[in-house]
Design a binder for this molecule. Sequence first.
Ligand code: BGC
Length: 741
Amino acid sequence: MAFAINRLLAALLGAAALAAALAAPGLAAAAPAAAQRPWMDPALDPDRRATLLEHELTDDERIALVHGDMAMPILGAKIPAGAIGSAGYVPGIPRLGIPALQETDASLGVSNLLEMRRGDVATALPSTLAIAASFDPALSYAAGAMIGREAWLKGFNVLLGGGNNLIRDPRSGRNFEYYSEDPLLSGVMAGEAIRGTQDQHVVSTVKHYAFGDQETGRMQFSARIGEAAARASDLLAFEIAIERGRPGAVMCAYNRYAGVHACENEFLLQRVLKGDWGYPGWVMSDWGAVHAVAAAKAGLDQESGAQRDPKIWFGDPLAAAVRAGEVPRQRLSEMVHRILRSMFAVGLFDHPPVPAAIDYAADGTVARRAAQQGIVLLANRDGLLPLPKTVRRVAVIGGHADAGVLSGGGSSQVIPVGGVKRLVPVGGEPPFGPYMSMIFGGAAPYAAIKSRVPQASVHYINGRYPKSAADAARRADVAIVFANQWLGEEGDAPDMSLPEGQDELIAAVAAANPHTIVVLQTGGAVRMPWLARAGAVLEAWYPGQQGGEAIADVLFGEVDPGGRLPVTFPVDEAQLPRPVIAGSGLAGDAPFDLDLGEGAEVGYRGLAARGAAPRFAFGHGLSYTRFEYGGLRVEGGGGLSVSFDVRNTGARAGVDVPQLYLTRGCAGEPLRLLGWSRVELAAGETRHVTVVAEPRLLAAFDTLQHRWRHPACRVEVAVGASSVDLRLRGAAALDAATIAP
Ligand code: BGC
């Protein structure tokens, strides 16, 4: 295997010499003089280099570049020769020095599904939702860079990371791989993660374009949403991420949009992505998302994981279609050009991976920081938290907190540093059921809590029986209950409950001891029927391999809980646009419509428009200190700029995320997040912050004029600590504006 050979050669030659060897010619081929490879001149722009190289290819070579194999031993597939063993592999062309594409998942770390690379671990970050909860673009960049660097050091040059679907439903199985319900927050955070990854010379792939917002019937549903609302919601999240991050690749989704599969959807691929947004990179399919050669004409550039399709469409069938003139030869060249262009732009030719040891200790600090900044303190009655170090008796209950922290399932599954600490098979029917397991890894919260209070008596009770847990809680000064909701790819939760009797467990413990702290490890919002009795609630998401330590840091006040909710926590399913998940109960392959009737009024926006109060609002999160806002100045004209003071009025340092909302737009639009600022302030400190509104959020997309527009008008804005806690209000006059898509 190339990886093993590279390692061996690296040991013999030294890393730098191997890099040079891989960068220049193919190892097997005789090296033509540099003058014969003008595309290797890094001074040329990526388009020029791609053009020069593309001209040298034969049609067979072009076809070889536009489809790739699944490179994991699953569903009967084998790891192809030359592949490291990961999600995907596209062989290189040694004669011209084109490197193979070694593609690995995903957004939370370098994944290793089913441990296909025995013993290979990677730094496991908290879920993308947790990163979003930090509201810290710099953290998202650092996370993306950390994954990109580990991927590169393992020999990968494409990361299938950059999950950026809008979170429209708290029950969706892959929410933990996505950022938020808000297009601006999602777009900014995703864009920064992409930039971080690509700065390591690894292509980042933003996905799943578009409207792949639920797992139920993901191969069958067709998303229904009007164009203006589509442009202002899911598409805006992609648009901002792509502008900011310039990802080398975009992965089209499994589902259909307006009746047409996303990977052969001319509107999504040609008109919006490549046309309006001028996207110069390549569109790769999701694994098993291609249904016909015609996808090439609609804008798909590369078929991935081709064994999962009924045919390798972009192999012989595409070659035949090009010969027959059904797909123009020019289009095949363009497909290849786009792939090569991104490879040049991101540095795959000039900076090929040099497998080497990874500094997992250093990367672990990124995971720790991410978890600390992402944990959201939802409720804290009578200042129960932070816990004093003088606490004497602590009961830690449930959630496998004695073993490690929970992670989400599916293609993004990382095997954390330290390995799997506990694996609980979930079971289910083939093909995927047998592969599904809850994986616990990283620092165990129980040990981390114990280490903070070595003099205390700290006991762990597994929580299988509410009665035993309640008895233990009664004997303790404080009870800390861990409650889990495991979610993963290929399935949604049917409702917002905590499964396996955990609601009853929490209720029993909270009834036994009012000093009960609930630590949630969930894929998103859950119902909380026990909330009134709980002393404090922490949302830890899937907190990554340093999550146990970060939870203890927050519980004992070593850090201020830095997170704010990137999604609304509704009271229950009745507050959702679809109280029952679309397609549930339908036969496996029956097509259906996913009617996104809420349009762009997703999450907090929809609730505000209806005047409904959520359980916990978008943007909510408590600190151990207090913040006050004042001195609002709103400037309109050719844009909107808002400045104000944030003051830490408490007795300790802390983190705040003041948010700027549009409360009344030009066309009377209801609430929209226009921007935010994340500040860390010492006790008594004041910071003057300025937030400049994203102009597309002040406008509406005019489908007739094909432009974002707003007339000259007066808008109202507010600064607040959440979408319902609006504290400063102001207004400004805006000039009329038109923005090209
Ligand atoms: C997922 C993608 C993933 C791919 C390769 C698909 O099932 O939807 O997100 O990148 O598999 O593992």
